[in-house]
Design a binder for this molecule. Structure first.
Ligand code: ADP
Length: 301
């Protein structure tokens, strides 16, 4: 079972190149697609979910060509879009039964059995007869996952599911996602590094419509082994350090500013070796991706 994305490109009518030659092979398990807002993740997710077409390229899942046979793909797809609208006056139970009907689960008893099981799974059983309009953000997301899981899909896409959730709700949501069956391809699109490091066995980073890096979190972290150095500095010193070193991240830790730099050998000057995290890799890739544009902008000034 695998999803094969080959050479997808998409330019919107306003000229934005949202996908540029995107190729990925995604197998069973949880795949994290990481990128900043505007990187092109939703465009890719919507293309896989048959909601829009790419200009060129192809997507196939287990022999189904997504653009040639969208109906076949929709039958095995569970999708939680970034903007997930609910009918506020329906209850969770009513809405799920309705979606089960739309998904083609023909027998009423089968619809009821699946809906009951999912409401329990996402911990909304007690609230199943409450109107969706009164649900909190976290409850809505859990409801969103329940509707995505209806019909036992083999391909599940969740687009930015944890944005806006508080840490407890996020944890609950992680638990839920991690329980999705082994025999499924799950794509989790997110700009939150922790989502990927917590859940995903495989991942890619997207930027400006391109795939910038691909691999398991552990393997991509290895790419920065013995290259990262860290130091606490005073805030006004940051500019000087940025000129002198390749600073990939700077953030406050216990009230002190910590800078992380990328260098092949120890820079001395009080820097200490740092074990790379996925966040370091992400920042390093993004800063590398921004560099050519910055240079190009300078050249045209
Ligand atoms: P992400 O999900 O990573 O935030 P998107 O796929 O939503 O990225 O957007 C990629 C780029 O395409 C952005 O610059 C965005 O403004 C642009 N974009 C997205 N949808 C449209 C659209 N329907 N028309 C024009 N531009 C769009």
């Amino acid at each position: 079972m695998k999803l094969e994305i080959k050479n997808l490109s998409k330019t919107y009518p306003n000229g934005v190149k949202a996908m540029q030659d995107v190729s990925l092979t995604i197998g069973k398990g949880m795949f994290g697609l990481l990128g900043e807002n505007g990187a092109g993740k939703s465009t890719l997710m919507r293309t896989i979910a048959t909601l829009q077409d790419a200009d060129t390229g192809s997507v196939t899942f287990d022999g189904i060509d997504v653009s040639r046979d969208p109906v076949a793909l929709r039958k095995i797809l569970g999708y939680l879009p970034q903007e997930f609208g609910v009918y506020p006056s329906l209850t969770a139970e009513e809405f799920l039964l309705h979606i089960a009907d739309l998904k083609g689960i023909a027998k009423a008893s089968e619809r009821k059995a699946q809906v009951d099981a999912l409401l329990k799974k996402v911990n909304l059983w007690e609230d199943r007869r409450k109107k969706l309009g009164g649900y909190s953000g976290g409850m809505k997301q859990r409801f969103g996952i329940a509707q995505a899981l209806l019909g036992e899909p083999r391909l599940i896409i969740v687009d930015e599911p944890t944005a806006g959730l508080d840490p407890r709700e996020r944890n609950r949501f992680y638990n839920l996602l991690s329980e999705i069956g082994e025999n499924t391809v799950v794509i989790l699109s997110t700009h939150i590094v922790e989502d990927v490091s917590t859940l995903c066995s495989d991942m890619a980073i997207m930027g400006n419509g391109r795939v910038l890096l691909e691999g398991s979190p552990a393997r991509v972290e290895q790419s920065l082994k013995d290259r990262l150095w860290m130091k606490e500095i005073a805030k006004p010193e940051l500019e000087r350090y940025s000129k002198e070193f390749k600073v990939i991240a700077s953030h406050f830790h216990l009230g002190k500013l910590q800078v992380t730099i990328d260098a092949e050998a120890s820079p001395g000057d009080g820097f200490q070796a740092k074990t790379p995290s996925l966040e370091d890799v992400y920042f390093q890739i993004l800063s590398r991706n921004e560099q050519p544009q910055r240079t190009a902008a300078l050249a045209t000034e």
